[in-house]
Design a protein around this ligand. Structure first.
Ligand SMILES: *Cc1c(COP(=O)(O)O)cnc(C)c1O
Length: 457
């Protein structure tokens, strides 16, 4: 399997380079040059299905047996026997729970595998990397949890001091492995992201540390997320009947993985893109135009995004695979804050994707309603999804809404909506007793780089 850049100017590479390389040299995102077909028969367990669905993407780089073993190990860290269990709300609406991994957000489904893939490829190539990243909450702990204990990876995660929830911070600072490091930066999330970008732009530093990233544009993360769309269809006995998937969306990585499953042969009625007040994607679906706006903080912070990086992977398809035209559209968007699809491109977008938005008041109302009707506590991201599905679903349309975080990850919002404070699962219950280990540093590139140089092995 070969991988090509969405902007069409970088050389094609194999899975190993796409995994470790991040952005293409022309600034684009890697995509496989062809879509393989889904395996035809039903697999027994989630790991079996996962290995069968993903193997074509790693073909030629990782042997089938090695890959299946890595997949099995990655999903053995999940606390649910089904890995991603399906919960019935009514006959035509189910929740697919993606939050039973170590850090309680759906990021674990991809990152638990990606951490093991990194280790495997670095060992084979006899290399080491230093992963640097910025987090506003969920991604940092999922990435640290995914590579902790690795001999070949050091990871340094920057977070804005005082601006994450206690649970989110403690998930990072109570890890004891010598290769994971959490840094509280005296600044905002944007400052943290700028520091990471500046480290990558510092070529001597980048070379010396062999810098790498596991952010949401990494193809391997999209790849791992394809599987649970197929899993839900299999669980509902709908491998040959079209289903609608409703996806709480931020960077467009999760819903794009659903689109890939469809390209591989999964019958899909449509995707519902669920947004919070940061609704650039919903407006794109409504109008055919992408117009940037300020980011507004909401109860569902992992969706507080205005520029969805993974959208580029869909745009290039809507532009008939024309990489340079895609680059031009995105450059225009960056410069003017707006970019328009042509009417035929917009038609193709809305043939597959619907969208709607919920504000915080509506989100809390859904959380309260679901608790009253079903006795179920849901987190605010999931609530945005449920509300969008309820608003748009047609009679007899079968909908699966993706449930992206455990309610205990957002206890304040859940308590505000329902009066009940959700409990952390037992494996995390101890994080409030454990000692915290973190470095506090100023918003200063030299100070951060000195720290990274000092802790990397
Ligand atoms: C990351 C995240 C999302 C958004 O997923 P994208 O792939 O960025 O669209 C939604 N909900 C939760 C809880 C998340 O952590």
């Amino acid at each position: 399997m070969r991988y090509a850049s969405s902007r069409g100017l970088a050389a094609e590479i194999d899975f190993s380079d796409a995994l470790l390389g991040g952005l293409a040299t022309d600034g684009g995102l890697y995509l496989p040059t062809e879509w393989p077909s889904l395996p035809s028969g039903a697999a027994g367990s989630y790991p079996e299905l996962a290995a069968a669905v993903m193997q074509p993407f790693v073909d030629g780089v990782i042997a089938a047996d090695d890959f299946a073993a890595m997949v099995a190990e990655a999903y053995s860290t999940f606390s649910a026997p089904d890995v991603c269990p399906l919960i019935r709300l009514d006959d035509n609406h189910h929740l697919l729970e993606l939050f039973h991994g170590p850090t309680l957000a759906f990021k674990d489904v991809a990152l638990q595998l990606v951490g093991r893939l990194f280790d495997h490829e670095l060992r084979r190539r006899d290399q080491r990397v230093t992963i640097v990243g910025a987090t506003s909450g969920d991604t940092g702990s999922a990435a640290m949890e995914a590579v902790r204990g690795s001999e070949r990876v050091d990871i340094v995660i920057l977070f804005p001091a005082g601006r994450t929830s206690d649970v989110q911070r403690r998930q990072m600072t109570t890890l004891t492995d010598p290769n994971v490091h959490a840094v509280a930066v005296d600044g905002t999330f944007d400052d943290c992201q700028d520091l990471v970008k500046a480290m990558f732009a510092d070529e001597p530093f980048r070379q010396r540390c062999n810098l790498s990233a596991v952010n949401s544009i990494n193809w391997a993360r999209v790849m791992a997320q394809i599987v649970y769309y197929v899993w839900a269809a299999q669980k509902l006995d709908r491998r040959n009947t079209a289903t609608t998937y409703c996806v709480p969306t931020g960077n467009f990585g999760n819903v794009f993985a659903g689109h890939v499953a469809r390209r591989m042969g999964l019958p899909v009625e449509r995707f519902i893109v669920a947004s919070n007040t940061n609704d650039i994607l919903t407006r794109l679906i409504d109008t055919g135009e992408m117009v940037a706006d300020d980011v507004v903080p909401t109860l569902s912070p992992s969706m507080d995004i205005q520029i969805s990086s993974n959208l580029e992977r869909l745009l290039v398809e809507l532009l008939d695979g024309n990489g340079p035209a895609t680059a031009e559209l995105l450059a225009g968007f960056r410069e003017h804050g707006r970019a328009a699809l042509t009417p035929p491109q917009h038609e193709r977008l809305i043939a597959e994707f619907s969208g709607t938005r919920l504000n915080d008041v509506e989100t809390l109302a859904v959380m309260r309603d679901i608790h009253e009707k079903h006795g179920l506590l849901v987190d605010p991201h999931t609530a945005v999804g449920i509300g969008a599905a309820e608003r748009l679903r047609r009679p007899d349309e079968m909908v699966v809404t993706l449930s992206t975080a455990h309610p205990a990850k957002f206890p304040d919002a859940v308590e505000q909506a329902t009066g009940i404070r959700p409990m952390l699962p037992t494996h995390l219950a101890g994080i409030f007793e454990r000692e915290e280990r973190m470095e506090s540093l100023p918003n200063n590139l030299a100070a951060i780089e000195d720290y990274v140089d000092a802790v990397r092995r």
